[in-house]
Design a protein. Structure first.
Ligand code: SAM
Ligand code: SF4
Length: 330
């Protein structure tokens, strides 16, 4: 079997698929506050087009799929796509990343359709701060979504919190207690330069080591776990008494590019070999223009083969991609 290998011998088995660029909130680190121009609906890949692309990716060794967006739960009938993908032989892990606003009403359908893993984004446990980050109300919906997801049987739910200096500090200890009380893992993700407002600066990133220090001093020491796979971007910890898990995605302070095995399909059918790519491969044109499976397979192989060594966030050479996070699919 051909594999998706790049020139640094990284084998790509993890595909993240954006199903829409639309969203029901407006996180400042991702979207502009106003006047967002969304993709035309006719440009979004259909469920059938996504399924075909996934089957081809699986034939090249992909075994892990995550649906994302924009907000994936605003895409109508998402559970039907999950039903299609969960039947594809070779997929070992089918996950979803959501802001949780619509989760309470969809959790049962998603679970029954075969979704295996759920990450829920929540940056603050204080409703006022939640509103400041998201420029919308909805904190209670997210909490209800987390509870509903646990009730219908999702296990090992992860909460993603973007770590931003002068914002996240007050939430560190509450999140530490939350992980201990509610049996969810909190994963702090360092703020990356993918915001639509282009306001990112390195000084605005609250680094993982600072959060580890606070949690260790204010709650109890954190002990590294070796549960995350070597390709996982997250470094996992648990509190010394074994209760409560905390993970860190230190994309800025400790880039993990050399073990990256991910690539992405945007909602409008472009393949990106890195979050920070400046180039894309146009899969939609092949899907809609009589491209054969062999041609799509070759486009994937070529895209991965061209992957650069890593992002250059920490250098003067860094160029922020034109697409912000909501349009790529985080
Ligand atoms: N709307 C869904 C959500 O928020 O979970 C899925 C899409 S969102 C783009 C995926 C993840 O990317 C979320 O956990 C979000 O917090 C994260 N994210 C968005 N912009 C980011 C940024 N500039 N830096 C770091 N993480 C970011
Ligand atoms: Fe929407 Fe997710 Fe972006 Fe927040 S991070 S604006 S929830 S797409």
């Amino acid at each position: 079997m051909n594999q998706l290998v790049d020139s640094f011998q990284r084998v790509h088995t993890n595909l993240r698929i954006s199903v829409t660029d639309r969203c029901n909130i407006r996180c400042f680190y991702c979207m502009p506050a106003e006047n967002v121009v969304f993709m035309q609906k006719s440009h979004l890949l259909t469920f059938e087009e996504i399924e075909r692309t996934v089957r081809i990716a699986v034939s090249l060794g992909v075994n892990k799929i995550r649906l994302t967006g924009g907000e994936p739960l605003v895409r109508q009938d998402l559970h039907k796509l999950i039903g299609k993908l969960s039947h594809i032989e070779g997929i070992q892990d089918l996950g979803l990343t959501t802001n949780g606003i619509l989760l309470a009403e969809q959790a049962r359908q998603l679970h029954d359709a075969g979704l295996s893993r759920l990450n829920i984004s929540l940056d603050a446990l204080d409703p006022k701060l939640f509103r400041e980050v998201t420029r919308r109300d909805g904190y209670e919906n997210v909490i209800a979504g987390i509870e509903a997801a646990q009730q219908v049987g999702f296990e090992r739910i992860k909460i993603n919190a973007v770590s931003v200096r002068n914002l996240t500090e007050s939430q560190i200890v509450p999140f530490g207690h939350f992980s201990r009380e509610s049996n969810v893992e909190i994963r702090f993700i360092e703020f990356m330069p993918l915001d639509a407002d282009n306001a990112w600066e390195r000084e605005k990133v609250l680094f993982a080591h600072e959060i580890i220090k606070t949690l260790s001093e204010e709650i109890m020491p954190l002990i590294p776990t070796d549960e995350d796979s070597p390709e996982s971007p997250a470094t996992g910890f648990q509190f010394a008494d074994g209760v409560g898990r905390i993970g860190f995605i230190s994309s800025v302070s400790q880039p993990f590019c050399m073990s990256c095995n991910r690539f992405r399909l945007t909602a409008d059918g472009k393949l990106r070999n890195c979050l920070f790519s400046l180039e894309e491969a146009d899969i939609k044109s092949l899907l809609r223009g009589d491209g054969t499976d062999a041609e799509i397979r070759q486009a994937m192989l070529d895209s991965i083969a061209a992957k650069k060594e890593g992002h250059e966030i920490n250098t003067a050479r860094f160029i922020q991609p034109d697409r912000p996070m909501y349009s790529i699919g985080g």
